[in-house]
Write a protein that binds this ligand. Structure first.
Ligand SMILES: [Zn+2]
Length: 288
């Protein structure tokens, strides 16, 4: 049984009724198989149609960013092989946040890469280690998944280096308390660009902000995170969901010959402007 409601994780404008109705027995379009491809030098898309995942190929091994849903995890391992790489060479495994659509596939990836070091934030790591249990909002069996214990707990600003690549972890809470945005330099069409993997800034239908909060400090976390996101360099704008940055449209442009299709600083700025406006509107609505 697939969760059709899972798509709410990427969609800001969705009715609470759809969300609360939860598990419908329909194929989840967010998890549809999607052919992997090269986005930039050493950077590959290996996720599903919307549940995103990224592979970085370094001279010292592979870095895997995000695990998708349980079904995406299998797709990711297959996609890495289809690209001609061996998942067993994954040395670094990281994640954007503990929700099932980004964390449930991590255990499958770790099975294919037993030597990988799994890094997670102090707030989200324990939830992933408990298979989704402990989230203040998404409670119940349908949000739980195979647990994976982090090998290393990340600090805000921590850098991970492998084979000449350096990834920086930015703890940008709100959507989840330990939501982690990743930045790293990457070469696109011969030019070094700053890539940003956005965690999520969505306010899920049912989140409480202001005086009463889904978790204590959530509103302040969103405020701090929007300040962080707006200050971070963002040229190659990618994210935990393909729909956040127009994955399908940009891929079409890439296939049509636009080598820098994923370089989109304007798209990044406008995404954050819209997302922050949605957060402020919801905060005001709940705290008139
Ligand atoms: Zn989420």
């Amino acid at each position: 049984m697939r969760r059709i409601a899972a798509t709410v994780f990427g969609t800001v404008a969705v009715s609470a009724a759809v969300f609360v109705s939860g598990a419908a027995c329909a194929e989840d379009p967010a998890n549809a198989p999607y052919a992997p491809f090269k986005m930039a030098e050493g950077l590959y898309y290996v996720g599903a149609s919307d549940y995103a995942a990224y592979l970085i190929v370094t001279k010292a091994g592979l870095i895997q960013i995000d695990g998708g849903d349980a079904a995406t995890g299998h797709q990711i391992v297959g996609n890495i092989r289809a690209l001609g790489f061996d998942p067993a060479n994954i040395k670094v495994l990281v994640n954007t946040h503990q929700h099932f659509d980004h964390a449930a596939g991590l255990a499958e990836i770790k099975r294919a890469a037993p030597g990988a070091t799994f890094y997670a934030s102090a707030a989200d790591g324990p939830v992933i280690a408990a298979g989704g249990k402990g989230d203040p909002f998404l409670r119940g069996a349908r949000f739980e998944y195979e647990p994976l214990k982090p090998d290393v707990i990340l600090k805000d600003g921590q850098k991970i280096t492998l084979g000449g690549w350096t990834l920086t972890a930015h703890v940008t809470g709100g959507h989840t308390k330990g939501c982690t945005t990743w930045t790293f330099p990457v070469t696109v069409a011969g030019k070094v660009r700053q890539a940003l993997v956005h965690c999520s800034s969505s306010v899920l239908p049912g989140y409480r902000l202001g005086k009463t909060e889904t978790y204590p400090g959530q509103t302040a976390d969103y405020e701090k995170s929007f300040a962080t996101w707006k200050a971070l360099p963002c040229e190659v704008f990618i994210a935990s969901h393909g729909q956040f940055y127009g994955l399908h449209e940009k891929r079409k442009a890439l296939d049509a010959g636009k080598a820098d299709a994923f370089v989109d600083p304007e798209g990044c700025r406008s995404f954050y402007a819209k997302s922050e406006a949605a957060f402020r509107a919801e905060l005001k609505k709940q705290n008139p």
